[in-house]
Design a protein around this ligand. Structure first.
Ligand SMILES: *[C@@H]1O[C@H](CO)[C@@H](O)[C@H](O)[C@H]1NC(C)=O
Length: 399
């Protein structure tokens, strides 16, 4: 073998090693997922290098890469797409073109991206919203919000809340032809976190008279007190959202000071004064048996009170809706939760389902046995189509 072919062989092995991701047997279209994962991994690595060189914050590069997938608001044969602002927050609005005798139902949608990236303009969200508007004959509002690292909690929460409150006024609903009794809030990942948080907040808001009909939480992030639940342990290297990235997202939501990220990574960030909150995120008591298999619950090691005093956001129920008291949960509307087996966030969703059911809230849990984080957004994957159709048919029946 010549020297050239030897180097080529080495290069080939390295590339294969970079692309190859071990995946569970029941995952469909594994090569497609590996390619997608390679794409995400490459973004992440480039962003890390750029940050190490001191040019740009990791999340700024990361969200720049994601924004390459943005599309303009373009109407098609069935749906009119426009952009406007609600309370100064930019939103994209999807209204079906067909004539409607009755008032329409509406979905207020909140995109994901770890509170740091993404927008309503991303191709995947634009496709989803347009398709939902058409299939459900519904008005879809897809809201934006300001992102980390430039803005931290509670800006993301407040932007979404202000945008939602603007929409939930009689005058605005009438303008869009929306039936005030058939409105739902929905979101995925960090958007599922924001959805759960704003829906809780609405319950105590004397200004809002409208009652939501449903909420949909698609693989939501709901707590950061325990980043060592079985799903975090089992999926720390799963595709799309490895634990390291999720921990970075969580910590960036509150601060760019990386000492919080470090503490979160070793799961030593909850101060002893807040130990009473751990019962609400205790996977040992809140997960169904089969998800606990092979795991032993350890009471947490407490972290520095200084850190928690500096960045109290992670203990705030507006950032961690799983920490709400039962009497708060009791008032929540009919809820749909989608969880994926191969997702660090799986247990957040499952624990919230237990807590909601214990509080008497009606919940549909759609646990996808071969699902991975973000799958619903990937409409070129069989699993993405399947999850999206399940979600739409649930909305069709319940909204
Ligand atoms: C979590 O729940 C288990 C029982 O399922 C209990 O033994 C443990 O003390 C709880 N820990 C906390 C911190 O609530």
């Amino acid at each position: 073998m010549g020297r050239k072919s030897f180097y080529l062989l080495i290069l080939g092995v390295l590339v294969a090693y970079y692309i190859y991701t071990p995946l569970p047997d029941n995952i469909e279209e594994p090569w497609k997922i590996m390619w997608l994962n390679t794409y995400m991994k490459t973004f992440s690595h480039l962003a890390t290098v750029v940050e190490l060189l001191g040019f740009n914050h990791f999340m700024d590069s990361f969200s720049f890469f994601m924004s390459l997938d943005e599309v303009p608001p373009t109407s098609d044969e069935t749906v009119t797409v426009t952009e406007t602002t609600f309370n100064n927050i930019p939103v994209r609005v999807y209204v079906p073109k067909r004539k409607s005798e009755a008032l329409r139902r509406a979905i207020f949608y909140i995109h994901g991206g770890g509170w740091c990236a993404g927008s309503a303009a991303l191709n995947i969200y634009d496709q989803q919203s347009r398709c939902a508007a058409d299939k459900l004959d519904a008005v879809v509002i897809s809201t934006n919000y300001r992102l980390a690292p430039k803005y931290h909690f509670p800006v993301q929460f407040e932007d979404v809340y202000n945008s939602l409150k603007w929409f939930l006024r009689k005058k605005v609903l009438a303008e869009y032809g929306v039936n005030p009794e058939r409105i739902g809030v929905s979101g995925d990942s960090a958007g599922g976190n924001l959805a759960a948080a704003v829906v809780q907040q609405l319950l105590d808001d004397p200004d809002v008279k409208i009652k939501l009909k449903i909420q949909c939480l698609i693989y939501p992030a709901l707590q950061s007190l325990d980043l060592g639940s079985p799903s975090y342990q089992e999926n720390s290297h799963s595709p799309i959202l490895p634990k390291s990235l999720m921990v970075r997202f969580w910590s960036e939501y509150f601060t760019t000071d990386r000492s919080l990220e470090k503490a979160m990574h070793s799961n030593q960030h909850v101060p002893v004064e807040s130990s009473h909150l751990l019962q609400f995120a205790n996977w040992s008591s809140l997960l169904p048996e089969r998800f606990k298999k092979g795991h032993v619950y350890k009471n947490p090691s407490y972290g520095s009170s200084e850190l928690a005093k500096k960045y109290p956001g992670f203990l705030d129920v507006r950032a961690a809706p799983l920490l709400a008291e039962d009497n708060k949960l009791r008032g929540l509307p009919l809820t749909y939760v989608m969880t994926c087996q191969y997702d660090v966030l799986r247990d957040d969703g499952l624990m919230y389902v237990t807590r909601l059911r214990n509080a008497g809230v009606q919940v549909t849990l759609n646990h996808v046995e071969d699902g991975f984080h973000g799958a619903l957004g990937f409409q070129t994957f069989k699993i993405g189509k399947r999850e999206f159709n399940q979600y739409i048919s649930w909305l069709n029946e319940n909204l």
